[in-house]
Design a protein around this ligand. Structure first.
Ligand code: 5GP
Ligand code: ZN
Length: 112
């Protein structure tokens, strides 16, 4: 989608600190980190949000990619938080589905 920030990152038109890439997903650091470790995992195809997700394998891949990066970067044992915001009440600001991975500090519950 032409005016989607994350599609532009996928195309390489907006720079990002890429952590992982394969034929279906891309992981990159969040530009406005909310924790010492904060990255996003997105599908390479434009899907607006969780309501539009139908591909179970792709959705699973987002989560497994995040876990693999957590292991590789050695914060999997201490732990991390995976978050997917959906639409307005969910706090979603970019309409290209993305899984947040946050780590490196104690998370609190409930989230804000
Ligand atoms: P949301 O609020 O939609 O769940 O999360 C969107 C996330 O995308 C935010 O944490 C925000 O900091 C991040 N973000 C927005 N624009 C950019 C960008 O151009 N580059 C990167 N790396 N992250 C972005
Ligand atoms: Zn997009």
């Amino acid at each position: 989608m032409e005016d989607c920030i994350f599609c532009l990152i996928i195309k390489g038109n907006i720079p990002a600190e890429i952590l992982y890439e394969d034929e279906r997903v891309l992981a990159f650091k969040d530009v406005n980190a909310q924790a010492p470790e904060h990255f996003l995992v997105i599908p390479k195809e434009h899907i607006s949000n969780a309501n539009d997700a139908t591909d179970e394998a792709l959705m699973g891949r987002l989560s497994i990619t995040a876990a693999n990066i957590a292991k590789e970067h050695k914060f999997s044992e201490n732990g991390y938080r995976l978050v997917m915001n959906c639409n307005s009440d969910g706090g979603q600001t970019v309409s290209h589905i993305h899984l947040h991975c946050l780590a490196g500090r104690q998370m609190t519950w409930p989230p804000g």
